[in-house]
Design a protein around this ligand. Sequence first.
Ligand code: HMG
Ligand code: MG
Length: 318
Amino acid sequence: MRTTEKIRIVEVGPRDGLQNETAPVPTETKIAFVNALSETGVDEIEASAFVSPKWVPQLSDAEDVFRGISRRPGVVYSALVPNERGVERALEAGIDKFSVFTAASETFNQKNINTSIEGSIERFLPVVESARTAGLPVRGYVSTAFWCAFEGRIEPAATVAVAERLLDLGVQEVSISDTVGKASPDEVMRLLDLLLPRLPADRVAMHFHDTYGRGVENVLASWSHGIRTFDASVGGLGGCPYAPGATGNVATEDVVQALDKEGAAMDVDLRGLTLARHMLDSLLTEDRRTLPRDGSPACAACEQADGDVCCGRGEATP
Ligand code: HMG
Ligand code: MG
């Protein structure tokens, strides 16, 4: 199926990728990494996060990254902004778009942002208001949209309800996120069948982690349902430090190749993506990403698990 509607790629490697790496990555390298990604034709780069450095020390240099990068016209440079303190820092650094983030699972939300779903919506009110005043768009993430490492399967209706709360709050775009990378294409289509009558496809992004190697299939299932915005991280970097078992995002290179093969309209330079990823090779020599552990909550919620033993399908690839 060839379509002319252009695909939007949101490159989340500098944020989702680097937040989960224990190897220190110097600020200059992050800046060079973002600059290299800017030349590849991706539409948006989530360049860092204005979250508490106590929670995610890896991204404590967000201001310096934003000040140091060369902005390519047409590319949107976004970041996570969880609260009013984040707003002050993000505006000072001159970001183009805010991302607020909550989840369909109460337990994950408590672990990730130390509040309930309702508490997160209240916390985002002044964030969205500040973005509106500054004339900036806001994305709202719904994490654990399919599965949660702590609560197991999440009902599609619960995810849709949180997406609707974010829309009511005034976000322009919702990113439906498979935090632990466990969704199947059937689950993706079931959720989209429920979501899309309430929210137009051009306001939805899909954000797949690739723990069980289904990220590309899930992208293709979403694409066939009319979704045109996909989050991905170059080289499959990433994970969430507060979601045990969550490995990297689906690799941008894989998403671009798979969609291109299907005839989707896009103009992303694969070689440029590979070169950008290789800039980190000397730093990320070992794969230090969080892996599913035997008996971890991720395994306990997984139908692949055999007793307490992890099936290993979630093992990250270098
Ligand atoms: P808290 O501890 O409940 O709040 O954190 P607090 O207000 O008591 O703040 C604690 C300390 O952090 C204070 O410092 C604050 O000043 C400071 P102290 O007084 O102790 O010296 N602080 C900040 N400093 C700088 N910038 C800020 C900021 N906020 C507070 N913005 C909070 C609540 C939300 C801040 C914290 O829980 C947090 O930062 N969490 C972020 C966790 C995170 O980044 N997780 C990974 C990203 S989400 C993800 O990966 C999922 C996603 O990819 C989609 C998917 O895959 O599902 C998006
Ligand atoms: Mg993520």
